[in-house]
Each structure stands twice: as structure tokens, then as C-alpha cells.
Design a protein around this ligand. Sequence first.
Ligand SMILES: Nc1ncnc2c1ncn2[C@@H]1O[C@H](COP(=O)(O)OP(=O)(O)O)[C@@H](O)[C@H]1O
Ligand SMILES: [Mg+2]
Length: 246
Amino acid sequence: MTQVIELTQVSKVYNGGAAQTALDGISMSVASGEFVAVMGPSGSGKSTLLNMVAGLDRPTSGRVCVGGRDLTGLSEGELAKFRRTHVGIVFQFFHLLNDLTVLDNVLVAAELAGIKRSAARQQATALLARLEIADKADVYPAELSGGQRQRVAIARALVNRPPLLLADEPTGALDSRSGDQIMELIAAINASGQTVVLVTHDAKLAARHAQRVISMSDGRIVDDAVLEPAAGTRSLLTFQREEARR
Ligand SMILES: Nc1ncnc2c1ncn2[C@@H]1O[C@H](COP(=O)(O)OP(=O)(O)O)[C@@H](O)[C@H]1O
Ligand SMILES: [Mg+2]
């Protein structure tokens, strides 16, 4: 199976007052089409991990490959181009541009990626319809609910048809009903073929939608479990330990 994400011994040390090891030798891969949830306590390195995969930040050591490309050697310009074409990113607090309408928020991302305005407009309009906010195309983010803003952010993340969707606590700022709807949307996006990596605090949401749960603690992966809807949870690490004992 094609690996969309491949991390090899990735470490990240932030240099503030005291050096802070946010990622401590992470190796893992994600195959095309997977829906992976990343869980763990606050400060365990989830956002740092996602930022490495998104090409928003660079590791201190180790190798990050996404879509078969080694990000480690890319220049800033190449990395920016990679972000515009290979990944869609959704954040907890939406990060919309408040001076632009809903449609323009989505179009900006397409234009930055070099897509022609007419094609971009068509794709953006189709996405807003699919996300059930077509009637909000000409309003400004301030007039929208949190759930609607996150739909706009998802449309923006998808407009360039990236093979990989990354979401960092996308339901964290939403009431539970809007959060459920956003998760249903992300699950539907995954069902249509997109690989999804989702950081969440919510074990219930993860169990309901993801096929695999990676658990982090202190910058390390402490569990990697494939969820089998019929048979319940099976821990890969437990499985490997049992295999090693045989
Ligand atoms: N820009 C930064 N500068 C310094 N330390 C950071 C920075 N970002 C994150 N950290 C630290 O790295 C660790 C992991 O943070 P983060 O990846 O945000 O965890 P999580 O998303 O799981 O809450 C934490 O100890 C955090 O304080
Ligand atoms: Mg975080």
C-alpha cells in the first residue's frame, strides 16, 4: 500500500528559555485512504506532529516524507508550494480572513495554488454546496456560527483537492452538535478517498469515526491501535508484544 506519510526518527526540540523536547524520535506511517486519530494529553506533541506533516515546521532531526516527497531537503519556497498543493489543514479556531467573504476565503487558497479563477470559482461553489453553506457565499465570517466557520475552513482546505487532510482539534471550539456534524463531514470526505489525520481530545469521536488511533505522551507514540468496528479495539503494540513472545 502507498504510504502517504512516513516519519523516521523525527525529533523536535523547541529552543525557548529551557529547551523543550516536543517530539522524541517518532517513527510511523499512514497509508493512502486511512482515517487516523491522534490522541494524547495537552502538551504531548500532537500539534507539533501535525505541523511537521503539514510542512509548517521542520524537525530538529529525522525525516518527514509526505506523498513520497522528502520535506527535509525542501527550501522555504518549495515547502510553501508543497503546502498549497499536497495538504489541506483545518485548525481549532478556523483561521479565516475576516475581511473577505466566505467565497473569497476559499478562492484565495485556490489562487495561491495557481488555479484559474473560473475553475476555482466552480470548485469553491461546489464545495460550499456540498458543505451546505452555499447560501453563505457572500457573507463575512463574523456573521457565521462556529460550525459554519469550520465548514468554510474545510472548503478552503479542500479546494485544491489535496490528497491529505490534516485537522487539529477541529471540533474543539464547537458545541457538541456542530462538532458531530463536522466529524460526519470529515468522515464523508475520508469515505470519498481522502486520507485524514485528525488530532482530537475526544475519545468518543475518535472511536466513532477513525479506523486507527495513535496515542501520544511526552513526545512519543505510546499506542497505535487499529479499530475494528465488529471486533472492538485491537492494540497494534499489544499484538506486536504478543508476537515477540511467541
Ligand atoms: N512554538 C513553541 N515554542 C516552544 N515550545 C513549544 C512550542 N510549541 C509547542 N511547544 C511545547 O512543545 C510541547 C508539545 O506541544 P504541542 O505539540 O502543542 O502539544 P499538544 O498539541 O499535544 O497539546 C509542549 O510542551 C509545548 O509547550
Ligand atoms: Mg495542540
